[in-house]
Design a binder for this molecule. Structure first.
Ligand code: EPZ
Length: 427
């Protein structure tokens, strides 16, 4: 298994270009199953999750090719099966994004139940609630731990759906299913993330009739069929936030090109509260922490447009280095503090009275240690901590990081970070 060795790197300086968003490209790829025509998706990041989704599409019979770097072409004219591949689903929860498109296009889908992961049990009850509201029946095949979802004989029928929680995945799956349902669907308490808007934009290019994406009420008027489209993925706001924090934690100065400021407002606001200078202009987002004297702040993660849960662990790493005590509350996932133990191995001295609230005393000089990536964002957080720790930090299980960050090591090196990727036997 590969690791990343990180040495104390001093202030990062320079500029970095943000890649296409992992959490946008995965649903966009799933949406190509909705049409027999060819779809072309541009700015696709080179990530292991994208490779898994490509294999998922091919397992259903789609023909997938990468004509130029980042340009993915998918043709799902022939759907050869509606049964999800258990191995692929176990590798990546986002494989469940195929449920909505296959149910809408083929009238049936059999999906192995996605495993939970380190950040929580991550059920799909809200996805299934949406499909049932559109007339589908859901039966559990306990023997094969999978679910069978079937549309009525005449196809899905639009209806009103209320999401108990603004689930990103459920919103995306329901959007894709309702796009081909008969009649109107109104989705209330929908997720408002930019990735939802990106998906709705591509679906509308394909001929769907979706209004209100990005608000908590989305109206979909079903159509009989969808055609192909050409679409460019939005930049990755979580990668953008990660590099903003890399500048902040190292007290450096980094220009982040092509990140969308409107997608990272909570991160800009919180960094400013800590005393970091953040300027936005046509060049990009300039994060300047060279003036130092940074202070603590409190963080509470919420669905968009609140503070993003995916930036919670990188921000916590940063908070260990500023003067004063911070409190971090995680409200989206029930177990997303696994990185606390790892940061404490480096001397962070963080305490948590449950898996929802952590107290960070701050003002720490972290020291290098052997630490794990407990999820992809926590892995990035450990690298950030390693940049300012004394000595060398060895971050293992970096396959998590490579799921969601394109050229992670290369981009950090271009900013002056002293780190390297090594295979287990090299260490
Ligand atoms: C998406 O996951 C992202 N993944 C996650 O990013 C992100 O953290 C999350 O949204 C929240 O923003 C992708 O887009 C591929 P949810 P998703 O459904 O769709 C509960 C990363 O690091 N819930 O909004 O799985 C669930 O248990 C990843 O890039 C139900 O109870 O998130 C969780 O507590 C991590 N029932 C909360 O909602 C359901 O049917 C948020 O889940 C669905 C979700």
């Amino acid at each position: 298994m590969a690791k990343i060795l990180v040495n104390n790197s001093g202030p990062l300086e320079g500029e970095v270009k943000i890649s296409g968003a992992k959490n946008a490209v995965l649903p966009l790829m799933a949406a190509t199953l909705l049409t027999p025509d060819t779809c072309v998706i541009d700015d696709v990041p080179d990530l292991s999750d994208v490779m898994v989704m490509r294999k998922m599409l091919e397992s259903f019979g789609a023909v997938v090719s990468m004509s130029d770097p980042g340009k993915l072409s998918v043709n799902a004219a022939e759907i050869t099966t509606v049964e999800g591949d258990a191995e692929l689903v176990s590798q990546m929860r986002a494989s469940t994004m195929a449920m909505g498109p296959l149910l809408a296009r083929c009238g049936k889908v059999v999906m192995p139940l996605p495993g939970g992961c380190t950040i929580g049990k991550r059920p799909i009850d809200l996805h299934l609630k949406g499909f049932k509201a559109l007339g589908a029946t859901v039966t559990e095949d306990l023997e094969n731990s999978s679910i069978i979802i079937e549309a009525p004989k005449g196809g899905l029928v639009g209806d009103a759906i209320y999401l108990d929680f603004p689930s990103v995945g459920a919103t995306e799956n329901i959007l894709m299913a309702a796009a081909l349902a008969k009649g109107p669907t109104i989705l209330e308490n929908a997720a408002k993330e930019p990735e939802i808007v990106d998906l709705a934009n591509m679906l509308n290019k394909m001929g769907a009739k979706i209004k209100g994406a990005g608000t908590d009420t989305i109206r979909i008027t079903g159509v009989d069929e969808l055609s192909g489209a050409i679409h460019t993925v939005i930049p990755d706001r979580i990668e953008c936030g990660t590099f903003m924090l890399a500048a902040a934690i190292t007290r450096g100065k980094v220009l982040i090109r092509n990140g969308i400021p409107g997608h990272v407002r909570p991160i800009i606001a919180k960094l400013k509260e800590c005393g970091v200078s953040v300027n936005v202009d046509e060049e990009g987002i300039l994060v300047d922490a060279t003036k130092g004297n940074l202070v603590a702040t409190d963080i509470k993660t919420l669905p968009y447009p609140g503070f993003p849960t995916d930036i919670q662990s990188p921000f916590m790493a940063f908070l260990t280095t500023v003067e004063g005590t911070s409190v971090v509350r995680e409200t989206v996932f029930e177990n997303r503090f696994m990185h606390v133990v790892e940061l404490n191995r480096m001397g962070a001295d963080i305490s948590t009275d449950n898996s929802r609230e952590a107290t960070i005393p701050g003002g720490k000089q972290l020291h290098g240690a052997k630490v794990r990536s407990t999820d992809l964002r926590a892995g990035a957080a450990m690298v950030l901590a390693g940049l300012v720790a004394t000595g060398t930090t060895e971050v293992s299980e970096i396959y998590h990081i490579e799921r969601g960050y394109e050229d992670f090591v290369g981009k950090f090196k271009s900013l002056g970070a002293d780190l390297m990727r090594v295979e287990e036997h090299d260490v």
